[in-house]
Design a protein around this ligand. Structure first.
Ligand SMILES: [Zn+2]
Length: 293
């Protein structure tokens, strides 16, 4: 029963590592979304700026039109007055004012031409940006949808891993689960490690006292490594120990491959040594029987 619990803790750890990887996988989508959306976002920003500037220029144009209207009205009035002046002094004064208004109107005209030119350029720029933005958005949408679908798949996978964990956690003795969760909540990936074949902690490789080692082998109670605090379990089959070591140390890919090959070769030799005599014996029997037959 208790030994069963330790196996469950190991399974729980495997699940938790998968959950962690799944979460990271989901977070990894964020920069991908940004990358896909960025070109359209930049164009959208430029377009907004251009439209705002266009709006300002139109207001400026309207203000200028009103000022020009006012001056034209003033010009008509002054011309009327010029026809009804009573003396030369008055005529000179009205003429001077009329000259000033005419010059101001010429300035307005010049300003209006400059404004029209700016407006035309800004409108061209806005329609260019609109076209570019529409094109970019069209390109973005399918890529964005593809990313969304992939991320939803990843989220569903994470959900099912969490469900699986809930089920497994329910079957583990609460006190042991609490210890396990406390170790992991400290941010450590490894909370459970098997003893190595020569009786060291499979996580920190510190030696475990013989007495404790025996208790761990029997699995009667939960025992933690005195060195690193992980929950210790009986030695794994060789492949599981290798996997645990990978999680702990994460050696460079090349070394890991070489180590894997070496392990495989050792296993082959061991298997040969174990099974060869038996197979030879069986063959011998069969041969004799077929000889007789
Ligand atoms: Zn340890």
């Amino acid at each position: 029963m208790t030994e069963q619990n330790r196996t469950d803790l190991k399974e729980l750890q495997k699940l938790d590592i998968r959950i962690q990887e799944a979460k990271k996988g989901i977070a990894d989508f964020d920069p991908l979304f940004e990358e896909v959306e960025e070109p359209a976002l930049i164009l959208e920003g430029d377009l907004t700026t251009t439209r705002n500037r266009l709006q300002e220029l139109k207001l400026e144009e309207r203000r200028l039109e009103l000022a020009t209207e006012e001056k034209k009205t003033r010009q008509v009035k002054l011309e009327e007055r010029l026809g009804s002046v009573r003396n030369l002094r008055e005529e000179a004064a009205v003429s001077a004012e009329l000259e000033m208004v005419k010059r101001a109107l010429q300035n307005d005209e010049q300003e209006a031409l400059t404004l029209m030119d700016q407006l035309r350029k800004m409108e061209e720029r806005a329609s260019e940006l609109e076209a570019a933005f529409a094109e970019a958005s069209e390109l973005v949408e399918p890529k964005r949808q593809e990313l969304l679908t992939k991320r939803e798949d990843a989220q569903r996978q994470l959900e099912s891993l969490r469900e699986e964990r809930k089920g497994l956690a329910a079957s583990i003795e609460p006190a042991e689960l609490k210890v396990y969760d406390a170790i992991r909540s400290g941010g450590r990936a490894v909370a459970v490690a098997p003893l190595t074949q020569d009786g060291a902690c499979g996580h920190c490789f510190g030696m475990v006292p013989l007495q404790l080692k025996n208790e761990i082998q029997l699995g009667l109670r939960l025992i933690r490594c005195e060195g690193c605090g992980v929950i210790l379990t009986a030695p794994d089959a060789e492949d599981e120990a290798a996997a645990a070591a990978k999680v702990t140390e994460a050696p460079p890919p090349d070394e890991a491959e070489e180590a894997g090959e070496a392990d495989a070769a050792d296993e082959m030799e061991a298997a040969d040594a174990e099974f060869e005599p038996a197979v030879a014996g069986a063959d011998g029997d069969t041969d004799e029987e077929s000889d007789k037959g």
